[in-house]
Design a protein around this ligand. Structure first.
Ligand code: IDC
Length: 313
């Protein structure tokens, strides 16, 4: 049975992600790296292996919304490149659909710090992609990966800034398709679930994200998580790492285990960063491996091997 055959279309009920019979569902999966840079990993053979061998139930397509690492993002590209990116997302969703996997479409803000920087582009993207993906019941939308700075004050993006953005983007999606779960990023690189819990948005069927990198973010962030859950906030960990927040550094097995046990205890869905062979700790594939599917354990980094363990737990 595939994950989709098991759960069907998902929705949010109270503080949980649930299936058609209102049973709590926990998804686990892998996030692509920047789709502008590593499109080759979006292929059926790879995703099938992740499902069958690693127990993955969701793939996240991280589409950087702005320039990063020498690659233009959706907002600062031309129409031709934007169309290519949308095609790639549709391809990823179709592959997941055929494999019975869930698929997260991620507007990956990062160096565009404040989601309000490109609200018009985000609306344009989500309107276009929602129409194309309307018939796919396996899709979840993530509307702002990691807000991390207010453009005017150069200080943290406030929860009000994010609310302002979400109040424009969510209705734009819902106007076209009002059936998908939508996930909203939170303050401080998506660590501010406490702020979201104090002032949740007034929409149904939405969740909030918390991101952690186990070696950097420890008890302080877990306390915010616990606080938000005590206030019944539906949380989806759309991205986490087993090492340092910059994606590199040492893996911290002990801290990762504490996090994963905490998430599993509450059936919180989680997605690991990242599907690439870039020479950094958070990549799951070793740099020497040029294959884009059919990975053996020897092709996996220490992070990749830990990923297998985490997916199976
Ligand atoms: C990192 C990548 C790295 C890349 C950098 C900038 O691992 O190769 O050079 O982005 O594009 C996040 C972000 C995610 C980061 C990751 C690790 O969502 O894009 O990827 N991270 O730094 N938040 C916390 C950590």
């Amino acid at each position: 049975m595939t994950p989709f055959e098991k759960y069907g279309k998902l929705h949010v009920e109270g503080k949980n992600l649930v299936d058609e019979k209102n049973n709590v569902v926990q998804l686990k999966g892998i996030s692509t790296h920047n789709l502008n840079e590593y499109p080759q990993y979006v292929n059926a053979e790879a995703f099938k292996q992740f499902r069958d061998e690693y127990n993955v139930s969701i793939m996240r397509l991280a589409m950087y919304s702005a320039f990063a690492d020498d690659h233009a993002g959706y907002s600062d590209s031309d129409d031709e490149h934007r169309a290519k990116l949308e095609d790639l997302i549709v391809k990823g969703v179709e592959i997941c659909d055929q494999l019975g996997l869930y698929c997260m479409v991620d507007w990956h803000i990062l160096f565009d710090y404040d989601p309000n920087m490109h609200t018009d582009m985000a609306i344009r993207f989500f309107k276009s992609i929602s129409a194309k993906l309307k018939k796919f019941d396996n899709v979840i939308y993530e509307i702002c990966n990691e807000p991390n700075m207010n453009l005017e004050t150069k200080e943290e993006t406030s929860w009000d800034d994010i609310r302002n953005y979400a109040k424009q983007v969510i209705p734009a999606i819902r106007e076209i398709d009002d059936t998908k779960v939508i996930i909203v990023g939170t303050t401080i690189w998506s660590q501010g679930v406490d702020k979201a819990a104090d002032a949740p948005l007034d929409f149904d069927n939405i969740m909030y994200t918390l991101h952690f990198y186990a070696d950097t973010h420890r008890d302080q962030l877990r306390d915010k998580f616990k606080y938000a859950r005590s206030k019944d906030l539906p949380i989806f960990v759309t991205e986490f790492g087993v090492g340092r927040a910059d994606g590199d550094g040492d893996i911290n097995e002990e801290q990762s285990k504490i996090w994963i046990d905490l998430l599993n205890g509450e059936k919180i869905s989680h997605i690991i960063w990242n599907l690439s062979n870039k020479a950094e700790t958070s990549s799951i594939i070793v740099p020497e491996c040029k294959k884009t599917s059919g990975f053996t354990d020897a092709d996996l980094t220490p992070c990749g091997l830990m990923m297998k363990d985490i997916m199976r737990k």
